[in-house]
Design a protein around this ligand. Structure first.
Ligand SMILES: [Mn+2]
Length: 288
C-alpha cells in the first residue's frame, strides 16, 4: 500500500427508514484491522447530527454537503478518499466530490462501479418509499432528485460508464431509467454464469481506466450479511465478491471507495461484522 488514505466516517441513517447504519462507521473503526492504520493514514468524521430545525431530508442534504467538501479537499491534497457510511445517500456527496476533482485534469467523467442489491435510481417522483438512500445514483447521473441534486450539482457521472453489480431488486421507475440510459448491470447469478474473468473484462470496458467504487454491503447475500438496511436474497457469497473485486481491481485505477449500509443493530451473531472485516481488509490491501 503506497497511497495515503483519508478515511471519512459519515455516521448517518437519515436516508433510510431504519436506524442503525449511523452506528456502522464506529463499529468499523473499532475493528482490529484499523489498529495498525492510524499512524500512516488520516481519519475524519463528518458532523452528522440531525439539525432539529430542519426536516430529515434537509438535514441529510447538509450532511452530504459537508462530506462533499471534505472529500473534495482531501482528494486535492492527494489522499485516497475512503468513505465509511452511513446509508447510501451519502455517495451523492463523496462521489460528486471525486468527479469534481477529476474534472480539473480530465475531459470525461470517471467510471463508476456500484455494488448493490438495488439500483438506487429512484427519484422523489418514482420512489415507493421516499427514502433518499434509494436515489443517489439517479442524482449522480443527472436525474433531478429533490435534495440530492443540490448536493451533486454539475459533478456528474456518465451513465454509459456506470455498471451495477449484484442487482436483484428494482422498482418500476428504476427499470425505466436503466432502459432509457442503457445502464449495464449484472445479478450475482448472471456473474456466476458468465464467470468472474469475463465480467471483470466487461466492467473494465464500460468504466474505462479511472473509476470509483461504491460498495453497498447489501450486495452480499443476507445469509452472510444480515446486518443491512434493506436485505434481499440471492446476493453474493463474500468470497465470490472478493474474487470478483480482485479481478476488477487489477485493471485500471481506483480513484475512491464508499463502503455503506452496514447496520450493526440488524446483525445476527456477528456474521455481518465478520464479513465487513474480510471485505475491508481486502479492499484496503488493494489501494495503492
Ligand atoms: Mn445502495
Amino acid at each position: 500500500m503506497t497511497k495515503r488514505i483519508c478515511f471519512i466516517s459519515t455516521p448517518t441513517s437519515l436516508g433510510g427508514n431504519v436506524n442503525g447504519s449511523d452506528l456502522g462507521p464506529f463499529q468499523i473503526l473499532d475493528l482490529n484491522l484499523f489498529r495498525g492504520l492510524q499512524k500512516d493514514h488520516k481519519f475524519i468524521e463528518i458532523d452528522s447530527r440531525n439539525d432539529l430545525k430542519k426536516d430529515r431530508n434537509n438535514s441529510l442534504k447538509d450532511v452530504c454537503l459537508r462530506l462533499k467538501s471534505e472529500t473534495f479537499k482531501n482528494t486535492l491534497l492527494g489522499y485516497f478518499p475512503f468513505v465509511l457510511g452511513g446509508d447510501h445517500s451519502i455517495s451523492s456527496g463523496s462521489l460528486s466530490a471525486v468527479a469534481s476533482a477529476y474534472s480539473f485534469e480530465n475531459k470525461e467523467s470517471p467510471g463508476l462501479i456500484w455494488f448493490d442489491a438495488h439500483a438506487d435510481l429512484n427519484t422523489h417522483l418514482t420512489s415507493p418509499s421516499g427514502n433518499l438512500h434509494g436515489m443517489p445514483l439517479a442524482a449522480l447521473i443527472g436525474e433531478k432528485v429533490k435534495h440530492l441534486s443540490d448536493v451533486v450539482g454539475s459533478s456528474l457521472f456518465d451513465p454509459k460508464k456506470v455498471v451495477i453489480l449484484g442487482l436483484r431488486d428494482v422498482d418500476p421507475g428504476e427499470t425505466a431509467l436503466l432502459d432509457k440510459e442503457n445502464i449495464t448491470y449484472f445479478s450475482a447469478e448472471e456473474i456466476k454464469k458468465q464467470g468472474l474473468a469475463e465480467i471483470a473484462k466487461k466492467v473494465s470496458l464500460i468504466t474505462g481506466d479511472d473509476y470509483c467504487l461504491s460498495f453497498d454491503i447489501d450486495s452480499i447475500d443476507p445469509l452472510f450479511a444480515p446486518g443491512v438496511g434493506t436485505p434481499v436474497d440471492r446476493g453474493f457469497d463474500p468470497k465470490e465478491a472478493i474474487d470478483l473485486l480482485d479481478q476488477i481491481l487489477t485493471k485500471g485505477n481506483l480513484l475512491s471507495l464508499d463502503f455503506v449500509e452496514y447496520n450493526p443493530l440488524h446483525d445476527k451473531g456477528g456474521k455481518t461484522k465478520e464479513c465487513v472485516e474480510k471485505l475491508l481488509d481486502f479492499l484496503i490491501s488493494k489501494i495503492g
